[in-house]
Every structure is written in structure tokens, then in C-alpha cells.
Design a protein around this ligand. Structure first.
Ligand code: AMP
Length: 365
């Protein structure tokens, strides 16, 4: 499959223009009620910022438990309605900066991310890249970050592969295979079931044998540095459960990769230079492909092999749920800040620094 180069987002300047008209004494952080919302709200409060929660009715009960973290609630019928004029106008009146996360990417999607008339903390044009497995791997490769081999449908498969569907679905629908014909058959079933638009949208990736490790970063345009915020492992059913049984009893159970939660991880210190190097390479490539480049949190997702090669199979261009582990700071964020610093709080701290330096337009798109 040809890896296409994406076009620059025409909506790039919306957020920068809107924030110019905001009341700088009344800036608020807005988030949709899912994924890492609690961490983001908590971090904003720690930094003394106002908060707005955009939620559907079903979620209200959970967030009511944490009402001390929320100044204003906006209820929408569906997530996509955050893009409607009314919701965006209400958020602008509250001088809101929208913080995108995994549920925003998956439920709201690239069209809304590109056109929503609100300042977004992060690179809004990256949401479209994140929706395509091929675009994602293309960006990583252009950055010079080692990635697993990929195969097209019909190409001879010479090793175990993992077949992944587009989007940020938390591993749903992925499968392991070894045989090209079987892959084509399973993909066409997914298309028939409406779970996949086109079989070519799925990516067939070498299944790298090793251990998974996800790195959380924060790029600060104001301090011009990449900070390592933490690392985690995802706890996935049932691939992480199968090892509890002897192989002779597993029979035909297929491993699946549906995320249930996250487990903390600290990296061997000798791996840190490479992990930071890949983070910096990623930042540079987003600047080349999609100026002004990434702003704030992102994650590289890897398998580390027995020869300590790090193969990055995915990225997330915004806060990842694994950062929820470190609401009171991680072993790395302590080193930079010497105070409890979650990724949610780090976002709010960047907003505070931007307010102090009168540089809010540098941290939004
Ligand atoms: P993803 O949605 O791409 O983050 O992948 C979900 C899970 O599939 C990961 O947490 C890994 O356990 C596994 N995985 C994804 N890609 C690979 C790969 N190329 N090799 C081995 N495991 C993988």
C-alpha cells in the first residue's frame, strides 16, 4: 500500500485567531467526559484554572462525584455535537481551550477536529493522521524511528503478523495471523459487518516478539524541550490472560488486544537516551509535515526485543490513558519538576507559562 502524504490542515490558524480575543484572566480548560478527563480537570485545578466538562447525559453520574473539579458542565446529546455552533459558542464565551484525548479522536474525529472554532491545545491536523494506520506508520518512518515491517493484502506473509483496524479503538477487532488468504478472508468479513470501510485501511504488521512499552512525552514549545512524563504497559484481554493457562489447554482461543487498563513501568536507565531521541525525532517530523508541529503530550508505543531494539508500532498525538497512572506525578516528571506533575497538570502549567509570557497563541492550533 502506498503511504500517502497528507495535506496541511487549512484550519491551522483558527485556534490562534480565536485565542487572541479571549479574556486572559478567565481562561478555562475544556474536556470531553471520557478517557483522561479526570486527570486533566484535576491538573487544571491544581494550576488554578477554570474547568469545563462537555458530557453526554449518561456520564453525568460519574463526573458528579468529582464536581469539586468542575466549574461548568455543558451537556450534549452526542459527542459529535461538540462541533455544533451552540456548543462551540458556549465554550468560546467561557474562554475555553479544548484538550483533545483518545475519546475525542475516536468519537469526535478529524473533520470536527479540523473545523471546530475553538483553540485546541495540541496539533489539530494530527487527528486525521491518527485515524489512519498507514499515515501513522509513514510519519514514524519519515522521522527515522524504527518500526515493524508492514505487508499489503496479497503480499507473501513470511512471519506472524498482527492485523489492525484504523482509529483509536483500544485494540478492538485486531487479530493475529500467519496466512495471507486467511487475512483477506477475515478482513472481508469485517467489511461485510460494517466494522471496516475498506480492507486496505487495515494495516498488516509484523508481530514483534518482545515486551510492550509505551512512553509518554510532553513537548513544550515555550521551553523548547521534550520531557519524558512516564511509561506504561497496557493490560489487554485476553492476550495477557492466556499465559495463565498451560499452552496445551488454550486450544483454539485467539489472542485479542482489547485494553482493560494500564500498568506502570519504569525503563532501564540505559534505554532512556534512545527513548528521548525517538521522542525528539517525532517532534521534528511533525514540524516538517504539519507545521507548527506537535504541541504538548504524545506517546510512542513500542515493543522492546531481546536484543533491546525498540520497534515503535504506533503513536498517539495527544494525551494517552496510560498517563492516568501518574496523577500524582511519575518517577520522571519528579525529576523535571520536583513536585507532583501529572500530564494533565503539565498541560495546565504550559497554559500558565503561556499566560505569563503572553504567548498563548504558541500553544494552540
Ligand atoms: P495498538 O492499538 O496499535 O496500540 O495495539 C494494541 C496492542 O497490540 C498493543 O498494546 C500490543 O500488545 C499489540 N501490538 C500492536 N502492534 C504490535 C506489533 N507490531 N508487534 C507486537 N505486538 C503488537
Amino acid at each position: 500500500m502506498q503511504i500517502t502524504r497528507y495535506h496541511r490542515c487549512t484550519a491551522l490558524t483558527i485556534g490562534r485567531e480565536i485565542i487572541g480575543g479571549y479574556d486572559k484572566d478567565k481562561i478555562s480548560v475544556a474536556v470531553i467526559a471520557s478517557h483522561s478527563a479526570l486527570q486533566i480537570l484535576h491538573g487544571a485545578k491544581k494550576e488554578g484554572l477554570r474547568t469545563v466538562l462537555v458530557t453526554t447525559r449518561e456520564r453525568l453520574a460519574l463526573y458528579r462525584e468529582f464536581s469539586h473539579l468542575i466549574d461548568k458542565v455543558i451537556v450534549v446529546d452526542k459527542w459529535r455535537n461538540i462541533c455544533n455552533k451552540d456548543a462551540a459558542t458556549s465554550l468560546r464565551r467561557l474562554n475555553s481551550i479544548l484538550i483533545p484525548h483518545g475519546s475525542f479522536v475516536e468519537y469526535v474525529g478529524p473533520d470536527c477536529a479540523e473545523r471546530i472554532e475553538l483553540p485546541i491545545f495540541g496539533l489539530r491536523s494530527l487527528v486525521r493522521v491518527e485515524a489512519s494506520q498507514w499515515e501513522k506508520i509513514g510519519l514514524l518512518r519519515r522521522a527515522g524511528i524504527p518500526t515493524p515491517r508492514t505487508y499489503s493484502i496479497g503480499e507473501e506473509i513470511d512471519r506472524i503478523v498482527i492485523v489492525k483496524l484504523p482509529g483509536a479503538k483500544g485494540g478492538k477487532g485486531y487479530f493475529i495471523a500467519k496466512d495471507g488468504e486467511e487475512i483477506a478472508k477475515r478482513l472481508s468479513i469485517l467489511v461485510e459487518q460494517g466494522l471496516l470501510k475498506d480492507a486496505a485501511d487495515a494495516i498488516i504488521q509484523e508481530y514483534v516478539i518482545g515486551v510492550p512499552a509505551y512512553y509518554h512525552y510532553f513537548y513544550s514549545p515555550l521551553l523548547d524541550r521534550v520531557e519524558l512524563m512516564g511509561a506504561d504497559i497496557r493490560y489487554e484481554t485476553n492476550v495477557d490472560g492466556l499465559r495463565r493457562l498451560p499452552p496445551s489447554l488454550i486450544g483454539s482461543a485467539d489472542p485479542s488486544f482489547v485494553v482493560v487498563g494500564n500498568i506502570p513501568l519504569v525503563m532501564r536507565e540505559s534505554l532512556l537516551p534512545r527513548i528521548l531521541d525517538y521522542g525528539r525525532k517525532f517532534v521534528k517530523q511533525t514540524r516538517r509535515d504539519l507545521p507548527p508541529g506537535i504541541i504538548g503530550p504524545f506517546s510512542l508505543e513500542s515493543i522492546v526485543t531481546p536484543s533491546l531494539e525498540i520497534k515503535v508500532f504506533e503513536f498517539s498525538g495527544r494525551i494517552v490513558a496510560g498517563t492516568n497512572l501518574y496523577i500524582n506525578g511519575s518517577p520522571y516528571s519528579w525529576l523535571y519538576w520536583d513536585e507532583p506533575m501529572s500530564t494533565g497538570r503539565r498541560i495546565a502549567r504550559e497554559i500558565k507559562i503561556a499566560l505569563e509570557k503572553d504567548k498563548l497563541s504558541k500553544i494552540v492550533t
